[in-house]
Design a protein around this ligand. Structure first.
Ligand SMILES: C[S@@+](CC[C@H](N)C(=O)[O-])C[C@H]1O[C@@H](n2cnc3c(N)ncnc32)[C@H](O)[C@@H]1O
Length: 225
């Protein structure tokens, strides 16, 4: 998959895939989007903060994982983080992204290196708060144990580019893998996607979106299906 580096409106960079005409993040601000959707709307509202399990659909540049690890460190949270990715970002690509200088928090540069240096398919402890498992797998082939995750970051490319990743089969697997009370967050609020999530069992709410996007979706697992 060919990728190009582009700058977004908050000065953070992202990657662009010409073949799909898709960006890895919002062009209105990659960092602003990641913080709003995944940290503010996904992670921060979790009440039981002793031990949190997160599944990311689309590990990509590692930005969401990095923000999560920094938040875990600052808040003293204990996080297990599994990131799925079929087309890993190359070292020359992630090193060219300017997240450490834009995020500007102690430890961010080393955390980015550690996230990418961690081996695939092996649980790796990156610090006392954060354990990572990167799985190089197609989302459609991923099978999770039931009731495993508290939170899913659903960050696939848009349904207009990869409709088959937003299918009932994929959302049914997401639903199964969440604990009751768990939630999935995504930037996509398309009606057909929300209906597919509902069919899979989710209770879906639209909430305010990041810069450049009026709304985002938060889908809750309130009971076993
Ligand atoms: C929107 S980007 C994810 C951005 C990422 N969360 C980040 O912070 O950089 C979507 C990701 O899905 C990956 N992807 C695309 N098709 C896939 C598939 N069938 N299975 C697994 N990963 C896939 C892409 O390589 C890309 O990294």
């Amino acid at each position: 998959m060919q990728r190009k580096l582009v700058q977004t409106k908050d000065n953070s960079f992202t990657l662009f895939v010409p073949e799909l005409d898709e960006h890895y993040h919002s062009i209105h601000g990659a960092l602003a989007e990641a913080e709003h959707i995944f940290i503010d709307a996904g992670l921060k509202p979790i009440e039981d903060r002793n031990s949190i399990s997160i599944l990311e659909i689309g590990f990509g540049s590692g930005l969401n994982a990095c923000l999560t690890a920094l938040y875990a460190d600052a808040q003293g949270l204990n996080i297990f983080y599994q990131g799925l990715e079929k087309y890993p970002v190359l070292e020359e690509e992630w090193r060219a992204l300017n997240y450490p200088s834009i995020i500007n928090q102690p430890g961010v540069e080393q955390m980015m290196v550690n996230l990418h240096a961690a081996p695939w398919s092996e649980k790796t402890r990156l610090n006392s708060q954060f354990q990572l498992l990167k799985s190089q797998v197609d989302f459609r082939e991923f099978r999770a144990e039931e009731n495993t995750f508290d939170l899913i970051y659903f960050d696939a490319f848009a349904p207009s580019a990869q409709a088959n990743l937003w299918s009932l089969a994929v959302f049914a697997e997401m639903y199964k893998s969440l604990k009751v009370g768990g939630r999935l967050v995504t930037y996509c609020v398309k009606g057909s996607v929300r209906r597919t999530m509902q069919e899979a069992g989710f209770t879906v709410e639209k909430i305010p979106g990041p810069p450049g996007k009026r709304e985002m979706a938060r889908a809750l697992k309130l009971s076993e299906k």
